[in-house]
Design a protein around this ligand. Structure first.
Ligand SMILES: NC(=O)c1ccc[n+]([C@@H]2O[C@H](COP(=O)([O-])OP(=O)(O)OC[C@H]3O[C@@H](n4cnc5c(N)ncnc54)[C@H](O)[C@@H]3O)[C@@H](O)[C@H]2O)c1
Length: 282
């Protein structure tokens, strides 16, 4: 049974993945590029577990014990005992390839190396590791400590054993794995990004106010969040990166980011995480 996992990149997603694994009984190594990001990630994790205590999901003692199962690191030399190494660094191909080349040097020869990429082809990322049969996409959803779905993306060389262990691991987190084949954006983000991009473009063309667009999705389609709110929640930089990548790979115009998204990202208005995106946040 898997006992220890490593999460590389302790941002929004990495923190949520780590929390799910801790609460399911795993030891977790958290790796980020510098101490400031590690400290921020650990503070977010501490805060999230504090909320779980407030909601009565875990006790204060359990929170302290779970945080004691976390190891913070800036280099990968201590990941040799991890059964899963999960990458959650920004959606930039070269950055991810570097991370995988490095992780491959330090992880065990039986470890499964997984990417949380939202869009990049698994077959492309798998070329960075020595054994692509142990490479897979584990696409968690945001917030990863809450959302049940994990899109399990199988590359051409992913082995049956890697897939079975991954399905077992995801199930052990109390989540539901759904298997899909490799394609830019997989299933979830091909549907979602086309939807968000259309909503942004409708706003840009003055067809409706952002609140109206969100209300239509919430009241008319029964979505818990409208597409504009959701884009802010995901992060407009993340959305743009995903759209850019799917567009580059497919040349399908519906994925070319609307000018309004490009402009907000250029202005540093990245959504909730930066305090402003389409909407303003406190
Ligand atoms: N935000 C979402 O809703 C969402 C949902 C599903 C998947 N994803 C995917 O998850 C990945 C991470 O997204 P996020 O929103 O958590 O990003 P984020 O910006 O919140 O976090 C990324 C983290 O990676 C760290 N990092 C950067 N370079 C690094 C390196 N070389 N080594 C170690 N750490 C490094 C950063 O310091 C940061 O802490 C992306 O591939 C994204 O597409 C995001």
């Amino acid at each position: 049974m898997t006992k220890e996992i490593t999460v590389i990149g302790v941002g929004q997603m990495g923190t949520g993945i780590a929390q799910s694994a801790l609460q399911a009984g795993y030891n977790v190594i958290l790796i980020d590029k510098n101490q400031e990001f590690l400290d921020k990630g650990f503070a977010r994790l501490t805060d999230n577990l504090g909320k779980a205590v407030e909601r009565g999901k875990i006790t204060a003692d359990e929170k302290a014990r779970l945080l004691g199962n976390v190891t913070l690191a800036r280099s990968m030399d201590g990941i040799g005992k991890s059964d899963f190494v999960i990458e959650a660094v920004p959606e930039i191909l070269d950055l991810k390839m570097d991370v995988f080349r490095n992780a491959d040097k330090f992880c065990s020869k039986s470890a499964i190396i997984a990417t949380n990429t939202s869009s990049i082809l698994i077959n492309k990322l798998a070329t960075a590791v020595s054994d692509p049969s142990r490479f897979i996409g584990l696409h968690f959803f945001n917030p990863a400590n809450v959302m049940k779905l994990v899109e399990v993306v199988v590359g051409t060389n992913t082995s049956q054993a890697t897939m079975s262990s991954s399905l077992e691991f995801i199930t052990s987190l109390g989540k539901t794995p759904v298997k899909v084949n490799d394609a830019p954006g997989f299933i979830s983000n091909r549907i979602l990004m086309a939807f968000i991009n259309e909503a942004a473009s409708d706003l840009q063309h003055g067809i409706a106010e952002k609140e109206a667009i969100d209300s239509i999705a919430k009241l008319g389609f029964n979505h818990p969040m409208g597409p504009i709110e959701l884009a802010d929640f995901i992060g407009l930089d993340v959305c743009k990166d995903i759209m850019d990548f799917i567009y580059l790979e497919t040349k399908d115009g519906k994925f070319k980011p609307a000018d309004i998204i490009v402009k907000l990202v250029q202005d540093g208005k990245l959504g909730r995480k930066s305090g402003e995106g389409f909407y303003k946040y406190k």
